[in-house]
Design a protein around this ligand. Structure first.
Ligand SMILES: Cc1cc2nc3c(=O)[nH]c(=O)nc-3n(C[C@H](O)[C@H](O)[C@H](O)COP(=O)(O)O)c2cc1C
Length: 193
């Protein structure tokens, strides 16, 4: 059975991207797909530093987060946009996870062996679209992950969500449902080489 993990590149209380990641989790559950939302605030890691890594290895939280990823076949990441890119938090988390390596591993296996979908929410007019382009590159080119073409960009996020966490715009809400379904189908059939 396919299981989905959903998280956001923000730990902010009231984060629009956490709202989006939670919405994806709820849509999945409503469609009979097991899904879990995690908050990166529960996985604090120092900024990557090669000397720190040489002295101590990857932090325990990076190992824990990699283990968590390994439990799910599909992953949804809601990515805020900072200066036309992803947040340091998200990039740092991905970077550390790629450094958790068993003997003979490249560290990318956990990315190459599951399917990703991405989305973003921003108070601006483009819904974090530029961070999504960057995240797609980091995941596909950097880690070799399969990232499905469907993606969600929620503009004017401050007024985009209903009280219950759904999206006011019907088309946007449907896009979320379509993305979740596509992620679940791809994750179910994906056989990494
Ligand atoms: C350093 C910084 C840079 C930002 N740059 C952008 C940007 O390039 N494009 C954009 O749409 N929003 C930008 N924002 C606004 C964020 O989209 C906004 O703070 C958003 O709420 C962050 O996501 P969150 O709600 O999930 O925490 C920036 C915010 C910060 C703090």
């Amino acid at each position: 059975m396919v299981r989905l993990l959903s998280f956001a590149g923000s730990t902010r209380e009231g984060s629009y991207n956490k709202k989006l990641a939670q919405l994806v989790q709820r849509i999945a559950e409503a469609n009979g797909i097991e899904a879990v939302f995690v908050d990166l605030k529960d996985y604090p890691m120092p900024i990557y530093n090669g000397d720190l890594e040489a002295a101590e290895g990857p932090p325990e939280r990076a190992r824990a987060f990699k283990s968590l990823l390994q439990e799910y076949q599909g992953v949804f990441i809601a990515s805020p946009e900072y200066n036309a890119s992803v947040t340091p938090l998200l990039k740092n988390t991905i970077d550390w996870v790629t450094r958790v390596r068993a003997k003979g591993e490249s560290g990318l296996e956990v990315f190459k062996s599951r399917v990703f979908a991405i989305g973003g929410a921003s108070p601006g007019n483009y819904g974090g679209m530029r961070s999504l382009l960057q995240l797609r590159q980091i995941l596909s080119v950097g880690t070799g992950a399969l990232v499905i073409p469907q993606q969600i960009a929620v503009p004017r996020a401050g007024s985009a969500f209903e009280e219950d966490g759904s999206l006011k715009d019907e088309g946007q809400q449907k896009l979320c449902t379509d993305t979740v379904e596509a992620l679940a189908v791809c994750a179910k059939w994906f056989k990494p080489s």
